[in-house]
Design a protein around this ligand. Structure first.
Ligand code: 6CS
Ligand code: FE
Length: 311
C-alpha cells in the first residue's frame, strides 16, 4: 500500500508516490503507523546457528541478546584495537569520525571494517554472518559498520529511532531485509547508557515528520531531530510492550532488526559503554536512490555490495 504524501521536491515526490514506507513528511498521516510488509525472520532453524527458540524470540521482539558470544581473549584483543582506533590522530576531524555534541570526545567511528583488519575479520566471522543470513533469508553484505564509544560522563544519548527509517529515507534501502549485530566491548550496566529497545516495535513503520535537511547526517549523528517518531506513537508502543535494555559483560551480542525502535540515555558514569555494530543487508536489497532526501549520503554511512572504501 503506498500513501500519497506531499513534498515540494519533484524527485522526492515521484519516489514517495511509490513508497510503501513514506517518512520525513510535511504533515502527519491520519494513522500513527503503517504495518510492516516484510516477514521478520526469513530463514529457518536448519540454515544457521540460531535455534528455534532464538528465532522465535527475534521474530516476536525484534531483537535477541546472547551473553558471552565472544571469549574473554577475543574481547581483550578487540578492546586493544578499539583503543588504537580511538587514539588514531589522523582520523580526527574526518567525516567518518563523529564527536559528541558538546565536547571533542569521539562519539562514533564509522567504516571500522575498512579501518581495522581485526574488525574486518570480525565482520566476516561466520558466527555473525551465519546468524545474519539466517534472519534475513539470503546472502548479505555490510551496509554500515561503526563503533559507538559513549565515553564516561561525556557520552550523550541517542533519540528513539528506527535505523530502517533513516536508511530508507536517506540511503535508499527499499525493504526491511537488514539486521544489526551489536557486540558489547565494555560491560553494559543499567547506568552507563545501554541500548534500549521497544519489543515488537519492528512490526510497524512509524512515519516521521519533517523533511530531511541537506547533509542531515552532519547533525543527526550527533543529535537526531529528524527521523524521530512522534511521542504519541512511542507512548502507544511502549505502553504495549515496555522498554528492554539488555545489559551484561563485554562480549555479549545483540542482534536487532533494522526496524526495531531503539535509543539510549547519556552515560553518567565513569565507565565507557562501547559497542561495535555491523549492519548486514541482504544483497538483493542493496540501496538505491534515497526515498526522502535530495541526495545520497557519503559511502562511509552506506556501503554498496563489494565496494571498498578508504579514509
Ligand atoms: O544514520 C545512521 O545510519 C545511524 N544513526 C543512528 C542513530 N543509528 C543507526 C546509524 O548508525
Ligand atoms: Fe540506531
Amino acid at each position: 500500500m503506498s500513501v500519497q504524501t506531499a513534498s515540494h521536491n519533484p524527485s522526492i515526490r515521484a519516489t514517495q508516490s511509490r513508497d510503501p514506507y513514506p517518512t520525513r513528511l510535511v504533515r502527519p498521516l491520519d494513522m500513527p503507523w503503517i504495518n510492516r510488509q516484510e516477514a521478520v525472520v526469513k530463514g529457518n532453524v536448519s540454515e544457521g546457528p540460531l535455534d528455534q527458540r532464538q528465532l522465535d524470540d527475534f521474530e516476536r521482539n525484534g531483537f535477541l541478546f546472547e551473553p558471552d558470544f565472544l571469549s574473554p581473549d577475543e574481547v581483550a584483543e578487540l578492546r586493544e584495537e578499539l583503543k588504537v582506533l580511538l587514539d588514531c590522530d589522523e582520523y580526527a576531524g574526518k567525516d567518518f569520525s563523529i564527536t559528541e555534541p558538546d565536547s571533542q570526545e569521539i562519539r562514533s567511528l564509522f567504516a571500522v571494517h575498512f579501518l581495522s583488519e581485526r574488525f574486518a575479520r570480525l565482520a566476516k566471522d561466520e558466527r555473525l554472518v551465519g546468524r545474519a543470513r539466517q534472519i534475513v533469508g539470503g546472502d548479505v553484505y555490510i551496509h554500515q559498520s561503526r563503533i559507538n564509544y559513549k565515553p564516561g560522563f561525556e557520552g550523550k544519548g541517542f533519540s528513539w529511532h528506527s535505523d530502517f527509517e533513516t536508511w530508507h529515507a536517506e540511503d535508499g534501502m527499499s525493504a526491511m531485509h537488514a539486521v544489526s549485530a551489536s557486540i558489547v566491548l565494555t560491560d553494559n550496566h543499567h547506568y552507563n547508557g545501554p541500548l534500549m529497545l521497544i519489543p515488537g516495535s519492528h512490526r510497524v513503520f512509524v512515519p516521521c515528520l519533517g523533511e530531511t535537511p541537506d547533509d542531515h547526517h552532519k547533525q543527526s549523528l550527533k543529535t537526531q531531530e529528524f527521523g524521530v517518531p512522534s511521542r504519541k506513537a512511542l507512548r502507544e508502543l511502549i505502553g504495549r510492550s515496555g522498554i528492554e535494555a539488555p545489559t551484561g559483560a563485554a562480549g555479549g551480542l545483540l542482534l536487532f532488526d533494522c526496524n526495531t525502535l531503539h535509543g539510549s540515555n547519556a552515560n553518567m558514569s565513569p565507565d565507557p559503554r562501547s559497542n561495535v555494530f555491523f549492519v548486514y543487508n541482504r544483497v538483493d536489497n542493496a540501496c538505491g536512490e534515497p526515498y526522502a532526501a535530495k541526495r545520497r549520503r557519503p559511502a562511509f554511512l552506506a556501503h554498496a555490495p563489494g565496494e571498498s572504501w578508504a579514509p
